[in-house]
Design a protein around this ligand. Structure first.
Ligand SMILES: CC(C)(COP(=O)(O)OP(=O)(O)OC[C@H]1O[C@@H](n2cnc3c(N)ncnc32)[C@H](O)[C@@H]1OP(=O)(O)O)[C@@H](O)C(=O)NCCC(=O)NCCS
Length: 171
């Protein structure tokens, strides 16, 4: 059960009691615009939480639930995604709409990147981002990721942002 802490956030495993907050996040069309394009039902949100836990079990790394330490609120999810057939080892981020604009995604993603390069010993981390998603692009750029190509994922044409271990260490 890997957990990470940052000054404001706790990155921890999803648990059953997250369902109300996570279903609310996934039901928001603004949040889902570039994540499949349509809001998720509560059942779909639950199955996604279960997938994240299964991903940890199968791959040894995966997605964290992100909790604001001060309030205990679930603000979103940040972590690694690499389901079968994925273009690479991806770092991904999603926050509930009320939590945008506070630097939470970048703060959590920095801790996750450090974990990827230091603890997991990864050489390269990618993020798959739609070209019309400027907020997500800004997160990638703040981390030092650069466009390295394109990928077709579930019918979506996405940019491949990437950063290598040496570049991360040199920052
Ligand atoms: C992508 C997403 C996570 C970005 O969220 P975000 O809040 O814009 O990103 P960050 O958490 O890094 O916050 C950065 C913003 O907070 C502001 N901010 C406020 N307080 C801050 C602080 N203490 N530290 C850092 N930044 C702070 C920054 O100025 C910046 O705003 P700006 O981009 O308007 O200049 C969010 O828009 C989202 O969940 N979108 C829907 C899901 C999605 O598309 N995910 C990505 C799929 S590729």
């Amino acid at each position: 059960m890997v957990t990470l802490q940052t000054p404001r956030l706790l990155l921890r495993m999803f648990r059953q009691t997250d369902i109300d907050a996570y279903a609310r996040i996934c039901a928001d069309p603004d949040v889902m615009r570039f994540l499949g394009g349509t809001p998720m039902s509560r059942g779909e949100a639950w199955r996604q939480m279960a997938m994240f836990l299964g991903h940890w079990q199968l791959r040894g790394y995966g997605m964290w639930a992100v909790e604001e330490r001060e309030t205990g609120t679930l603000v979103g999810r940040v972590g690694f995604l690499e389901p079968e057939g994925w273009p690479g080892f991806e770092l991904a981020w999603t926050l509930g709409r009320p939590h945008w604009g506070r630097g939470f995604a970048s703060e959590a993603a920095r801790a996750a990147l450090d974990y990827a390069f230091t603890t997991l010993g990864r050489e390269r981390v990618i993020s798959l981002i739609h070209p019309d998603n400027p907020r997500s692009i800004r997160v990638a750029e703040r981390l030092g990721e650069h466009v390295e190509g394109e990928a077709e994922v579930n019918g979506w044409h996405l940019r491949v942002y990437a950063i290598r271990k040496e570049a991360w260490r040199a920052r």
